[in-house]
Design a binder for this molecule. Structure first.
Ligand code: FAD
Length: 391
């Protein structure tokens, strides 16, 4: 019988591929399985913040990615008739996820990770290893054995569900997005928000923009033609006519996902760690997901290495991993909640816009937090900063 892999990883997005890369470089045997062929598109605003760039630097991938990324200079926010613009204080990119995800996965494979194409369907957790049943694109079933498993299979994680770790959510918003031609944005992101929905535009070079709509489910449950009209109406309304998106053109080529929520009771259980969105999904409004995926992958790889190195280290390694992930996710959820409050509630938006005109310095901390400048980040300071803005 062949030896089990040290770690099998379900999902080769940034979380799974970065975890595979770190483990393979450290000399562990890794199977990296994804249901999709790569390169593949992934619905995402494609905003890569400083925290994510630092993680890519640590993986020695940033220098090679930078020439294919579009540098960003600032963000313009529009909500309830108010506008605010701020320069990004540090390096940030817009970068196609087809490019980013393929680069991280290619590096993992070059370092020795074994790639497989198929969907994880069943798990059997044993005393000293885990058996993973996966189905290839033709529908044939296969079995893979590993000492440990990383569930890095995204927002609707099958691994989390199979481990009974998924907590039900009431979220009703869905997202759809595409690269859209005919919008010139220079190097500025634009966000148009209403109470519960928004349109985000991210420059992708020339007249191409990444356009993401986050909308209530009812709007999306329409025929393709009616959806095209609805997107046109929504984009005109939410941007006060500034950014009319031709909904018909958009609706011909979009990707969609939702509902936009995923929580787990815990990111770790016997022989399994959940990583990236599979562990916890953060509202995409502030674009923290790629950073969280890469940072979680760093912690998960360290936890696996610890457990593989010492027979009784799993318990402590899992405990430390869970604590680090839950703290980081809680912080980023607080940032997202604060931004949602300031842009989603008319009264708060007016207060914040007035404060921005009079005391722009009060916003420095919030801007640093959204930009992913971890060195400047602390939740208590963030709450104080928001209090100052809304006083
Ligand atoms: C609308 C929207 C906009 C966003 N905008 C931004 C943004 O601008 N900036 C930012 O930083 N973040 C953004 N995010 C969040 C970001 O996309 C995610 O946080 C990030 O992709 C998480 O990476 P991951 O590797 O955990 O999961 P994913 O990137 O989702 O990768 C999971 C992988 O698992 C595979 N998979 C799924 N199920 C199985 C299975 N059963 N078996 C095998 N493989 C499987 C999938 O094919 C996929 O390749 C956005 C998210 C959404 C929904």
């Amino acid at each position: 019988m062949t030896r089990p892999f040290d770690v099998a990883i379900a999902g080769a997005g940034p979380a799974g591929a970065a975890c595979a890369l770190r483990l393979a470089r450290a000399g562990f045997s890794v199977a990296l399985i994804d249901q999709r062929e790569f390169p593949r598109e992934k619905l995402c605003g494609e905003y890569v913040n400083l925290g994510a760039i630092r993680e890519l630097q640590d993986l020695q991938l940033a220098a090679n990615l930078r020439p294919r990324a579009h540098p960003l200079e600032g963000m313009r926010l529009y909500a309830h008739g108010e506008t605010a613009a701020f320069k990004l204080p540090s390096e940030a990119w817009s970068l196609s996820r087809a490019v980013l995800d393929a680069d991280v996965r290619d590096a993992a494979i070059a370092a020795g990770a074994h790639p497989l194409t198929g969907r994880v369907r069943q798990l059997r957790v044993g005393a000293s290893e885990i058996e993973i049943e996966w189905h290839d694109p033709a529908g044939d079933a296969h079995t893979l054995r590993a000492r440990y498993l990383a569930g890095a299979d995204g927002m609707h994680s099958a691994v989390a569900r199979l481990c009974n770790l998924t907590v039900s959510e009431t979220e009703r918003r869905f997202a759809l997005g595409a690269h859209y031609r005919g919008v010139k944005l220079d190097r500025w992101i634009e966000m148009y928000a209403s109470a519960h929905e928004y349109l985000a535009l991210n420059p992708m070079g020339g007249e191409s923009a990444n356009a993401v709509f986050v909308l209530q489910k009812d709007r999306l449950a329409r025929s393709r033609t009616a959806l095209g009209q609805e997107l046109g109406v929504f984009s005109r309304h939410v941007s006060s006519g500034r950014r009319p998106i031709d909904g018909a053109a958009f609706a011909n080529s979009y990707q969609a996902t939702g509902p936009l929520a995923h929580r787990t009771a815990h990111p770790a259980m016997k022989r399994v760690l959940l990583v990236g969105d599979a562990a916890a999904f953060v509202d995409p409004f502030t674009g923290q997901g790629v950073f969280l995926a890469l940072a979680g992958a760093r912690d998960a790889a360290a936890a696996f290495a610890r457990a593989l190195g010492h027979a009784h280290a799993e318990h402590a390694a899992w405990r430390d991993y869970a604590a680090a992930v839950m703290e980081r996710v809680a912080e980023r959820r607080r940032i997202a909640a604060m931004m949602k409050l300031m842009l989603g509630v008319r009264f708060a938006t007016r207060r914040a816009a007035a404060a921005m005109r009079k005391r722009p310095g009060d916003f420095t901390f919030l801007i640093e937090a959204v930009s992913g400048n971890a060195a400047a980040y602390n939740s208590l300071e963030l709450a104080t900063a928001v209090g100052k803005v809304l006083r």
